[in-house]
Design a protein. Structure first.
Length: 165
């Protein structure tokens, strides 16, 4: 277990390519769906007693879809923040030495060196996987968030016992 256990206070997640498969489903009328994983809400329920959870998205056109799943169904704090603005936004709103961040893109990889701990799903863009402190075995939208939550709890707060969940 890390000596900076008490320092970690926040877990910040990107949405698309982390909670979702990263696919946007379109018709001629525009974006109508995203694919979210079933297991990730279980991971979020595990991590909430340990850390404050924030979720960011840059997807203005799919914001209502994201808001339905993330804010309404999962009851998480959702922020609309552009990819190029993420680091400044995070620096303004958090002490990054107290943050874990999970992202999948080249834009997210730029943030990884500024936070206490960084995570990417296994199917993230190659540079995100290269720069991350931890890469999940699970793919985005297929349990990567749940795996990341389990990993962070065990790394910073101690072992979990599946029989006591």
């Amino acid at each position: 277990m890390e000596s900076n256990t008490r320092k970690i206070k926040n877990f910040i997640f990107d949405v698309d390519g982390v909670f979702t498969t990263g696919q946007f489903l379109y018709t001629t009328d525009g974006k109508f769906a995203k694919v979210f994983g079933a297991h990730d809400n279980d991971g979020i329920k595990l991590i909430k007693p340990y850390l404050e959870v924030h979720v960011i998205t840059a997807d203005k056109r799919g914001f209502e879809i994201t808001q339905k799943r993330i804010a309404e169904d999962m009851r998480l704090i959702l922020h609309l923040v552009g990819e190029g603005d993420r680091l400044k936004w995070m620096q303004k709103n958090f002490n990054l030495e107290e943050c874990v961040f999970m992202g999948d893109s080249m834009h997210d990889a730029k943030i990884f060196g500024h936070v206490a701990y960084s995570i990417s799903p296994s199917n993230a863009f190659f540079i995100a996987k290269k720069e991350a402190d931890f890469v999940t075995e699970a793919r985005s939208g297929e349990g990567a968030v749940a795996e990341a939550c389990w990993h962070v709890i065990e790394k910073f707060f101690g072992p979990l016992n599946i029989k006591k969940l």
